[in-house]
Design a protein around this ligand. Sequence first.
Ligand SMILES: NC(=O)c1ccc[n+]([C@@H]2O[C@H](COP(=O)([O-])OP(=O)(O)OC[C@H]3O[C@@H](n4cnc5c(N)ncnc54)[C@H](OP(=O)(O)O)[C@@H]3O)[C@@H](O)[C@H]2O)c1
Length: 228
Amino acid sequence: MQTLFITGGNRGIGLELVKQSLQNNDVVLCTFRGDTTPDLPLTQEERGRLTWLQLDVTNETDLARLPALLVNQPIDVLINNAGVIGPDNQSYNDMDTQGWLHTFEVNTIAPLMVTNALLNNLRLSDAPRVVTVSSQMGALHRESTGMIAYRSSKAAVNKVMQLLSLELKAQQIVVCPVHPGWVKTDMGGSEADITAEQSASGILALARRLTMEDSGKFYTWEGKEHVW
Ligand SMILES: NC(=O)c1ccc[n+]([C@@H]2O[C@H](COP(=O)([O-])OP(=O)(O)OC[C@H]3O[C@@H](n4cnc5c(N)ncnc54)[C@H](OP(=O)(O)O)[C@@H]3O)[C@@H](O)[C@H]2O)c1
């Protein structure tokens, strides 16, 4: 049994990560925004292992509240999953710059700030791991056009996670960004390659086996190393 902290657990890949972690007998702390959490058909025992926390990952007040809510709570795996696709207008010659900034706040800056807010909890684990859901759309070796806000935010979070892996090496905290596949969710759309169930299952299998040897590498949801 391990304890996972999953951001954006109310829908899409995050919700699947929550469901499958509960099926794996893990303890799940997961976050949502707004007033309602999904109505999941859970057993009493599963409900006992699930805690919903209100968190807008860009909100400093929400983040500052976390340590007090989680005193002495070990976290084995933090999954920075919450993300946005960015503004409607994000081409080189038609850019919504406020939307671009917001995309960076959620996709790039928040994963670092959430990790910082939970560092004491991660330190309480015997094998702490930080998995940040990035995207191959941020991989520098791929040449493709459009979606500049989204692509640049994911390229940047890859670099942030590589840096963080070095910063946290001495504390034996594993840090890896992961590409979740092209996934059938609100973000990925119905034409995507794989289901949220497949993606979440791969991400959780990867998270389970990560060691310090793997820290600082970029992975696919299938557990293979991804080219940066
Ligand atoms: N789907 C794909 O094909 C694909 C491909 C590559 C990478 N990804 C990445 O995978 C992750 C999950 O994507 P998804 O497909 O599951 O997307 P999704 O269905 O659109 O869900 C996004 C999740 O992020 C949460 N979120 C957004 N902004 C937030 C904020 N400021 N604070 C807290 N939570 C916030 C949403 O919460 P609300 O419900 O409150 O909005 C929701 O739970 C993202 O990082 C995405 O970039 C997805």
